[in-house]
Design a protein around this ligand. Structure first.
Ligand SMILES: C[S@@+](CC[C@H](N)C(=O)[O-])C[C@H]1O[C@@H](n2cnc3c(N)ncnc32)[C@H](O)[C@@H]1O
Length: 227
């Protein structure tokens, strides 16, 4: 599988789509996604870097992986004005250019809908996360209401075509569990900009940890072992 993803039309449209969504509530979702994050982070499929300004100062460095060249160059521009160090890297989530157990936080925002091989990407997230690390996700997902899901299935082929490979039919929470994570928090909501329901309205925001992560209550407190 090539490390490059090319969606020239979508890449031209996405800055406007993202600005519209941010102006209608997505900005708050991005803040919620990243509140309390700390340490070294990887963001998979960072797009144009819409999350960059929401990383708290406690995040030491972000490795932002983006395979689409046009989006990646816009992300690099956003990284240059971010308040924390952000390295924008080429690559796909299915093969992250990072060492094993090298990050504290992995961020997936509006991306597990698009990634071609989600189990491989989440496997990579598990590989690069420290055992005590966490996955933070903000995703639009398949509806729980069967009638809405039926409509999503009908629309999905067209949606994929104009949305750069995006799917509105994915059960991402289940995919995260199946990949070897335990969901710690999940908030399910309808994202309806301008009160309109879209095929991508059913959404989740949450956190997950590697299932075999050591229980944090039994870990020594940070600093307690020093001196
Ligand atoms: C809807 S955009 C979301 C961008 C950004 N995460 C955000 O929150 O605005 C989906 C992104 O996934 C990227 N993408 C597509 N396939 C990918 C893959 N296999 N690995 C990583 N990113 C991928 C696209 O290039 C695009 O930037």
């Amino acid at each position: 599988m090539s490390d490059k993803v090319s969606h020239p039309l979508f890449a031209r449209l996405y800055p406007r789509i993202s600005a519209y969504a941010d102006a209608h509530g997505s900005l708050e979702h991005r803040r919620e996604l990243l509140a309390g994050a700390r340490g070294r982070a990887v963001e998979i499929g960072a797009g144009i870097g819409s999350n960059f300004r929401h990383y708290p100062a406690e995040v030491e460095r972000v490795f932002a992986v983006e395979p689409e060249p046009r989006l990646r160059s816009l992300a690099a521009r956003a990284a240059a004005t971010a308040r924390i160090p952000i390295e924008v890297l080429p690559g796909r989530a299915e093969r992250l250019p990072l060492d094993e157990a090298s990050v504290d936080v992995a961020v997936a925002s509006l991306v597990l809908c698009t990634i071609a091989d989600v189990p491989a990407a989440l496997g990579e997230v598990l590989r690069v996360l420290k055992p005590t690390g966490e996955l933070r996700f903000y995703e639009h997902v398949r509806a729980q209401d069967p009638r809405v899901y039926r409509r999503q299935r009908m629309l999905n082929p067209l949606w994929r075509l104009v949305g750069g490979g995006c799917n509105v039919t994915r059960d991402t929470e289940t995919a995260i569990r199946r990949a070897g994570f335990t969901i710690e928090t999940v908030r399910r909501f309808e994202f309806r900009p301008d009160s309109k329901a879209y095929p991508a309205s059913p959404s989740i925001i949450g956190t997950a940890r590697p299932s075999d992560a050591p229980d944090r209550r039994t870990l020594p407190q940070q600093g307690a072992a020093d001196g």
